[in-house]
Design a protein around this ligand. Structure first.
Ligand code: ADE
Length: 234
C-alpha cells in the first residue's frame, strides 16, 4: 500500500493540497507540521519543510522514520536555467545535484559530497513518467520538461551566478533550494522520489520582480499535477 510524502518548502506550495486532503493525524516535529490522511482516497503525508537543504533533508528523514512513506514527491517553484523553459512551464527531475558543494580540493567533482559515492540522485522512472502524463492531462496548455534540477542554498538572481552554475553543470534545466537534499535523503533511505517544479522566474536580474508575480500561479501548476499523479502511481 502506498503512502506518499508530499513536501513543499513554502506554504504557498502545499496550501491547496492541504485544503483538499482529509486530515486524520497532525504531528509537530522539528518545527514542521506533518498532516497525515488521504488526498482523493490516497494515503498521504503533506508537509511544509521550510526553505533550504537542511530543512528539506530533515523533513524526508521524519517522513521515513515516523510515517514510513513509500514515495516522496517534492512540489514547488524554481528558477529556469534554460532559455526555452519559460515562466509557468514545469520541470520534472530526471536527476538532481548540489550546485554549491565543492570538495574539488580533494579531487571530487564539483557538486559531489565526499565519500557518498554519487554526484547525482536519480529520480524514479515510473514517478517521472506519471508526472509527465499527469501534466499533459491536468495542465494541457503548459509545457512539461524532463531534466536535471540543481539545488543550493542560494536564491539565484544574479546573471553571473546563473552563468557559473550553467558552466559548471551544462544542460541543467532549473535551480531551486531543496530538490537535491530531498533526493539525497530519499536515496539514502532507498525511497523512490521525484522533484516537480514550475518555473517562477529566470534566475537572473528579473527574478526579484518575476518571482513574487508568478510564484502563486507556478506553485498551483505543480500542485495540481501532484494531486493527479498520486492517483495513478502503480
Ligand atoms: N526558487 C524559485 N526561483 C528560484 C531561484 N531563482 N533561485 C533559487 N530558488 C528558486
Amino acid at each position: 500500500m502506498h503512502k506518499i510524502g508530499i513536501i513543499g518548502a513554502m506554504e504557498i506550495e502545499v496550501e491547496t493540497l492541504k485544503s483538499h486532503m482529509q486530515i486524520e493525524n497532525t504531528l509537530e516535529k522539528a518545527s514542521m507540521t506533518f498532516l497525515e490522511g488521504t488526498l482523493n482516497n490516497i494515503p498521504v503525508v503533506i508537509v511544509r519543510s521550510g526553505i533550504g537543504k537542511v530543512n528539506a533533508g530533515m523533513c524526508v528523514q521524519i517522513l521515513t522514520d515516523l510515517f514510513h512513506v513509500t514515495h516522496v514527491i517534492n512540489t514547488g517553484v524554481a528558477g529556469s536555467l534554460n532559455a526555452s523553459i519559460d515562466i509557468g512551464d514545469i520541470v520534472v527531475s530526471t536527476d538532481t545535484l548540489y550546485h554549491d558543494v565543492d570538495a574539488t580540493g580533494f579531487g571530487y567533482p564539483l557538486g559531489e559530497v565526499p565519500q557518498l559515492g554519487t554526484l547525482t540522485f536519480t529520480a524514479d522512472a515510473e514517478m517521472i513518467a506519471q508526472a509527465k502524463s499527469s501534466c499533459e492531462t491536468v495542465n494541457p496548455e503548459i509545457k512539461v520538461f524532463e531534466g536535471r534540477i540543481v539545488s543550493g542554498d542560494q536564491f539565484v538572481s544574479n546573471p553571473q551566478v546563473k552563468e557559473t552554475i550553467l558552466n559548471n553543470f551544462p544542460g541543467s534545466y532549473c535551480t531551486e533550494m531543496e530538490g537535491a537534499a530531498i533526493a539525497h535523503a530519499s536515496w539514502l533511505n532507498r525511497i523512490p522520489f521525484v522533484i516537480i517544479r514550475a518555473i517562477s522566474d529566470k534566475a537572473d536580474d528579473s527574478a526579484h520582480m518575476d518571482y513574487p508575480a508568478f510564484e502563486k500561479a507556478a506553485a498551483e501548476h505543480s500542485a495540481r499535477l501532484v494531486e493527479h499523479m498520486i492517483q495513478h502511481l502503480a
